[in-house]
Ligand binder design. Structure first.
Ligand code: UDP
Length: 250
């Protein structure tokens, strides 16, 4: 531990470029994706990503609630990202705070770019994301889980939406930040990619970095997204190799 003022700051990067958990700068945390983890939902997925545990459930297309949100020419995509009170070290106050509302909004908007919503006018596609255990990168884990859950529900989409956060830690650009890196690093840059077109449909940044570092971060993040994309497809293949749900389309 080093110290800055009164705050104890862990050493984030060793001289040989290893991170706090031994990873290299371009290394993802281990990821496990299970498609169809819940029986009640139309589509679902569970994602364990490092110490994150995130469940996503999708319902729809179904009737719109509240009714006034209904659109005559397309489905509305609604998302509720929620962090369980027990998901973090210091108990989080239950309920939707500003952060959860913001994350719900940016995730719904990201999916608006890939779901063929015009195929289901006057309906709602509802995405629920429950963070059971959090260790940074939960919005990205939520996007990955929700994306696999949408595919599991048979919702037509241009593509899956892999997501990952890149950041700056100990002066270096690093892929997939864990909690200490997110807390004490210089920048955090979550992104979501449409792999087919190479379009980014979510990009946020906290902290600061140079233009050149930003360009490198984007390259690293896109590479990371492409690796995660393969894992998402593998999870769906595994699900449907075992057997599709009754009446469901593969
Ligand atoms: N976090 C927390 N309490 C909160 C919100 C966040 O402990 O009320 C932690 C949690 O581990 C989360 C991390 O801080 O994953 C980073 O949060 P951020 O807002 O950057 O979102 P995320 O990286 O999870 O998408």
């Amino acid at each position: 531990m080093g110290s800055v003022g009164a705050k104890e700051v862990p050493v984030l990067l060793t001289p040989d470029g290893r991170r706090i958990d031994g990873r290299t700068l371009d290394e993802l945390r281990p990821i496990r994706i299970e498609a169809g983890a819940l029986h009640q939902a139309d589509g679902s997925a569970f994602v364990e990503w490092g110490a994150n545990k995130v469940m996503a459930a999708v319902y729809g297309p179904r009737e719109v609630h509240p009714r006034h949100l209904q659109q005559n020419n397309k489905a509305v995509i609604q998302c509720r990202y929620n962090m369980a009170a027990f998901s973090v070290d210091e108990r989080k106050r239950p309920g939707l705070d500003r952060r959860s509302q913001e994350i719900s909004k940016v995730i719904a908007e990201a999916f608006e770019s890939v779901v063929f919503a015009e195929e289901y006018p006057r309906t709602s596609i509802d995405i629920y994301i429950e963070v059971l255990q959090a260790n940074a990168g939960t919005r990205c884990a939520g996007l990955v889980a929700a994306s696999v859950a949408l595919a599991d529900a048979g919702i037509p989409m241009v593509d899956l939406l892999p997501a990952v956060a890149v950041g700056k830690v100990g002066g270096a650009i690093a892929l997939d930040l864990r909690k200490e890196e997110d807390n004490y690093g210089e920048a955090d840059l979550p992104m979501a990619l449409v792999p087919q077109s190479g379009r980014l449909v979510l990009l946020q940044m906290e902290g600061h970095m140079t233009e050149e570092e930003l360009a490198r971060s984007l390259d690293l993040g896109v590479q990371g997204c492409r690796t995660i994309y393969e894992k998402m497809k593998a999870a769906l293949r595994e699900r449907y190799a075992v057997g599709p749900p009754a009446g469901g389309a593969a």
